[in-house]
Every structure is written in structure tokens, then in C-alpha cells.
Design a binder for this molecule. Structure first.
Ligand code: FES
Length: 372
């Protein structure tokens, strides 16, 4: 009653209007704007969900939000002046209106927004891929629909409560909707990966939630160039398998960066993809630390040095990349210099704790990639 008498402020849910979207969505004060939009099938681009990549930025046009992380190191001065915010890190404090640059409301984009689910799972198979990367197959208690390129969060209840994020390493298989596969690299000091690599974890129980991310294959006829390093192979492999399943006819060059021959893996999978690919498919491993006197006759150096050299029509390509930030930042620069527009450069960057604000780590929010 007193609230009414003294004009108590509305605490939500608030109405959120997104430019170009006919119907407003509701968002309460405990829900992040990105989550509310995805829940209602609006495909706002995003990647990390923890304020570490900037992909989810939107321009706030009206209303108030509470921001949970410092955005200043991710957004340009111009964007800050124009009132851009990170939708994964903001909750509304009034009715609001915002705009998403290049919001893709196509049927293809909307179809990629899947229902977020939490599943209990059992580790059904473990297979070493290299000296430090394990393939892990998990049987879940129900299906998790996802698009190739996306990722899920994983934790080990009762053992490791903090979620870690890993990309699906295979395209979704409707015949085996309860099975998911990941590639997990051992990260020194990383509690989850050390637990996993320490002993035979076959039969261990895990919890998964997902899917997340908007790294996915876009339809089109343009040639593709893919770049990956380390366990960044996983989402690229899934994308390529999906392209084969879709009967893609475009040419594709895939540059995979590794330190030495001991770090190469999935070469049989790449050969299989090459044999089924309808256009030209080239898989080119590039080694950065292979001993000079070894029998390696392939390219040596950094993958970025070979982009222009190996891909004659680079300017016409659409790019798909996954790996550590320095590799991707360098590759993005080369691709932009070659004339590829930002709209056609798609990537999934590994993030670790150094990229995240303290509040996120303290709040036990997961991060993406080779993160421990
Ligand atoms: Fe919001 Fe990465 S998805 S900052």
C-alpha cells in the first residue's frame, strides 16, 4: 500500500524494445538482456557471455540498465559516447529500447537459436588425440539441440562446481541426439582439465548446459577460409562436417596452426571431409616449432603468414576461425587488409581469466575455450 501511496518504483519485469523487432520482450531485473532476447528467439550476436569479447554490444537508446562489468576496454571511445553497452552484462532498471548493429532476423539466424537446456551426462568414451588433447564423448539424459560451431558449459557436480565451456567437436547427429563430443586440451593449472587428464574418468558424471554462441556456418557460395589452432579444431571440424552434410559446393582452404607434428590430430577426419567435399578442399597444417632437422616437409611458421600465400582469392572468401586471441587478432588483421569485410569474418576466440573482470570470475561465470 505504502509503495502505491509514495510512488514505489517499478522493479520489473520491464519492457524491452529492440529496433526492427515488432514485439517487445519482457526482462526482469535479475535477467541479462542477452538472455531475455535469446529466450524469445532474437538472435543477438554473442560469444563469451561474460563481458570478455564485445560481440554482444548494443546501442542503448532509451532507459536505464545496471552494468555488471567494465566495458571500457572492449568498446571504442566512439561506441562509449554513443551509449553502447554489453547486453550479456546488463540488466534493465526501467523499460528500455536498444538497437543491434546488423541484427540478422533471417530464418537461418532464428533457426540457430536453440532452447537452452541442462542435462546430466556420463562420460562414455575417452580417446587421446595428442599428448595433451582428449576426445571426450558424453551420453546425456536427454537431447541438446545445437548448431555446429556452438558450445556448451560443463561441470562435475560434487567435484568441480565451476562451469567450463567447450565447443562441440562434431556436427549434431539427429540419430544420436543424446551424445555430444568435445576436445579438451590439458591446461597446466586448470582444475577441470587436470582432473580429466589425471585418471581414467570413464563413467564419471558431468552436468552440461547449452547450447551457447553464434559461431556457425553462414549459407553462401563464396569460398571459405578456415583458421584454427590447438583445440580450436573442434568447432571448425563440426562446421566442415555440417557443410559436407549440407552438400556445400564452395571451395575451402583450412590452415591449422600447431607447434610440432606431435600436436597434429584429426588428420583422418580432414581426409574424410576432403573425400566428401564437393568443391576443392585443402587442409594445410602449419608448424611453428617443429625441429629444423625433422622429416616435416610442410609449411613452417605462423598460419597468418600463409593466408595470402595459400589462398589466391582471399579477398572473396568468408572466414571461419577458432583459437587463441593472438592468433585470431593477427589473422583478422590479415583478412581485413586483404579486403574481407567484417561481416564475413566469423570467429570464436578462446578466452581465459586474464580477459575477464574480477566480478565475473567471483560470480563463477564460465568462459570460453581452453580455459582450464
Ligand atoms: Fe557479451 Fe562476449 S558475449 S561480451
Amino acid at each position: 500500500m505504502f509503495g502505491k501511496l509514495f510512488g514505489k518504483k517499478k522493479t520489473g519485469p520491464h519492457m524491452v524494445r529492440i529496433e526492427g523487432v515488432a514485439k517487445p520482450i519482457e526482462c526482469d531485473e535479475k535477467t541479462f538482456l542477452l538472455s531475455a532476447a535469446l529466450r524469445d528467439g532474437i538472435p543477438i550476436p554473442y560469444s563469451c557471455r561474460v563481458g570478455g569479447c564485445g560481440t554482444c554490444k548494443v546501442q542503448l537508446l532509451e532507459g536505464k540498465v545496471k552494468e555488471f562489468t567494465d566495458k571500457t576496454y572492449l568498446l571504442s571511445q566512439e561506441e562509449l559516447r554513443a551509449n553502447y553497452i554489453l547486453s550479456c552484462q546488463c540488466q534493465p532498471r526501467s523499460d528500455i529500447r536498444f538497437r543491434v548493429d546488423g541484427l540478422d532476423l533471417s530464418a537461418e539466424a532464428q533457426a540457430s537459436v536453440h532452447q537452452l537446456v541442462t542435462r546430466q551426462g556420463v562420460i562414455k568414451a575417452l580417446r587421446p588425440l595428442t599428448h595433451d588433447i582428449l576426445e571426450i564423448s558424453i551420453e546425456m539424459d536427454g537431447p541438446m539441440e545445437y548448431t555446429a560451431g556452438e558450445y556448451a558449459d560443463m561441470r562435475v557436480p560434487g567435484v568441480l562446481e565451476e562451469f567450463r565451456s567447450y565447443s562441440f567437436a562434431a556436427r549434431p547427429d539427429p540419430q544420436r541426439a543424446n551424445l555430444v563430443v568435445f576436445h579438451i586440451r590439458k591446461v597446466p593449472g586448470g582444475s577441470f582439465t587436470e582432473w580429466l587428464h589425471q585418471a581414467d574418468r570413464l563413467g564419471a558424471r558431468v552436468e552440461l548446459r547449452g547450447p551457447f554462441g553464434d559461431f556457425r556456418l553462414r549459407s553462401g557460395a563464396a569460398p571459405m577460409v578456415c583458421v584454427a589452432g590447438g583445440s580450436g579444431m573442434a568447432p571448425i571440424k563440426a562446421l566442415l562436417e555440417q557443410a559436407v552434410a549440407d552438400g556445400a559446393q564452395r571451395d575451402c582452404t583450412y590452415l591449422f596452426g600447431a607447434r610440432t607434428q606431435n600436436d597434429l590430430y584429426c588428420q583422418d577426419d580432414m581426409a574424410q571431409i576432403a573425400s566428401q567435399w564437393k568443391g576443392t578442399f585443402r587442409f594445410i597444417p602449419v608448424l611453428s616449432n617443429e625441429p629444423e632437422d625433422s622429416d616435416w616437409t610442410g609449411p613452417r611458421g605462423l598460419v597468418t603468414e600463409f593466408l595470402s600465400r595459400e589462398v589466391a582469392d582471399l579477398a572473396t572468401c568468408h572466414a571461419y576461425m577458432c583459437g587463441p586471441p593472438p592468433m585470431l587478432d593477427a589473422a583478422i588483421e590479415v583478412l581485413k587488409q586483404a579486403g574481407i569485410s567484417a561481416d564475413h569474418i566469423h570467429f570464436d576466440k578462446f578466452l581465459d581469466k586474464s580477459h575477464l573482470a574480477k566480478t565475473q570470475v567471483a560470480n563463477n561465470i564460465p568462459h570460453v575455450g581452453e580455459n582450464g
